[in-house]
Write a protein that binds this ligand. Structure first.
Ligand code: SAM
Length: 296
C-alpha cells in the first residue's frame, strides 16, 4: 500500500526542479541562513557515530567522544526546528554502534568487508569493551530535552542486513527511525501510511517497518531506502510542500520528494555526493540548483 505514495501525481517536473536547491556546506552554518518556518517536514540520516570517515574536517560522526557527537547533532537539529513550520515534523533515521575496546581501527569483517574503518573512537567513559553504545536513545533523549516532541520510535527492520562474524549475540538487523514534532499538534495524514491487518483490512501502520536496504554502488556509504522515505513524506507533507534534508548525501530524500511532487532543500559537505544526487535525479527527469559554500 505504501508504494502507492510513490505514484501520486507529481507537480510539473520543471516546477519542482526550479524550487529545489542543494547547499554544499556545513549543515549548521547553512541552516542558520535559511528562513524560519519554511519547510513542512525534515527527513534525514546523519552520519552514524564512529562508523565512517568522510575525510572532511567539518564532518559530524568522527568525534572522539559520543557526548560531543550528540551535542553537535542537537545543535544542527535545534536550528532545523526553527526552519520547520510550526506544524512540521522531523523523521530521524539513526543507527547504533558497539564500543571499540579502544582499538583505533576495525579490520574488514570476513562477511562484510564494508565494515572496515580507518579509525575508531575510544570507548566512552562509563562503558566497557563490547558494550552497545545506545546512540539512538541518547540522541532521542537529548532532542527531547532540547524541546522536541518525541512522538514515535519505528524499528526499521532490514531483512537483507549484512551478516556479522559474531557468535555471542544476535546479528543486528535494524536501525531506529524517530518521529519528532515541533509542536504538540502537527500535520499528519495517517491515511497515507496504512498497512493490511491480519484480517486483510487496511489499518494504521504499526511501528516495525521491514524494508530491504537498496545498495547504490556510486555512493561510498549506506544510502537509506526510497521505501523508508516515501511513507514519511506521504504522511507529513502535501503535494507542493518543501522537504528538508540537512545530510543530503546521494540525494535519496530529494529523489523521493520530487517523485511525489514535493520540492526539497538539501545540505551536504561533499560536492562529490551532490554530483551523485544530481545524476540520480536527472535520470528521473528532475534537477535542482546548487549553492556552493562561499555563496551561502
Ligand atoms: C549517511 S550519509 C546520508 C545518506 C543519504 N541519506 C542518502 O540516502 O544518500 C551522511 C552525509 O552527511 C554528510 N555530512 C557529514 N558531516 C556533515 C556536516 N557537518 N554538514 C553537512 N553534511 C555533512 C556526509 O558527507 C554524508 O553525505
Amino acid at each position: 500500500m505504501v508504494d502507492e505514495a510513490l505514484m501520486q501525481p507529481a507537480l510539473i517536473f520543471s516546477e519542482i526542479s526550479e524550487r529545489s536547491v542543494v547547499y554544499c556546506g556545513d549543515a549548521l552554518d547553512v541552516l542558520g541562513g535559511l528562513p524560519s518556518c519554511s519547510a513542512q517536514a525534515a527527513i534525514t540520516s546523519p552520519p552514524y557515530w564512529g562508523l565512517r570517515d568522510y575525510a572532511d574536517p567539518g564532518q559530524i560522526g568522527a568525534e572522539d567522544d559520543v557526548d560531543d557527537y550528540i551535542t553537535n547533532l542537537v545543535a544542527v537539529f535545534h536550528e532545523l526546528r526553527r526552519v520547520l513550520r510550526d506544524d512540521g515534523t522531523f523523521w530521524l533515521n539513526i543507527g547504533d554502534s558497539y564500543t571499540s575496546g579502544n582499538r583505533r581501527w576495525r579490520a574488514p569483517d570476513r562477511k562484510n568487508p564494508a565494515r572496515a574503518m580507518s579509525y575508531r573512537p575510544p570507548t566512552p567513559d562509563g562503558l566497557k569493551p563490547k558494550d552497545l553504545v545506545g546512540v539512538p536513545w541518547r540522541l532521542a533523549f537529548a532532542l527531547q530535552a532540547d524541546g522536541w516532541y518525541l512522538r514515535s520510535e519505528i524499528i526499521r527492520h532490514k531483512p537483507n542486513a549484512h551478516p556479522e562474524s559474531v557468535k555471542d549475540r544476535p546479528t543486528r538487523a535494524h536501525e531506529n527511525l524517530f518521529l519528532l514534532s515541533k509542536s504538540e499538534q502537527y500535520y499528519y495524514d495517517y491515511m497515507a501510511n496504512r498497512e493490511r491487518g491480519v484480517n486483510g483490512r487496511p489499518r494504521n501502520r504499526r511501528t516495525v517497518w521491514s524494508i530491504n536496504t537498496e545498495p547504490l554502488s556510486e555512493a561510498h556509504f549506506a544510502t537509506y531506502p526510497t521505501k523508508l522515505v516515501a511513507p514519511c513524506i506521504a504522511v507529513s507533507t502535501r503535494v507542493g510542500d518543501c522537504v528538508l534534508d540537512p545530510f543530503f548525501g546521494s540525494g535519496t530524500t530529494g529523489l523521493v520528494a520530487a517523485m511525489m511532487g514535493r520540492s526539497f532543500v538539501g545540505i551536504d559537505l561533499k560536492p562529490e555526493y551532490i554530483a551523485i544526487a544530481r545524476r540520480r535525479l536527472a535520470a528521473q527527469g528532475y534537477g535542482f540548483s546548487i549553492i556552493m559554500g562561499e555563496e551561502v
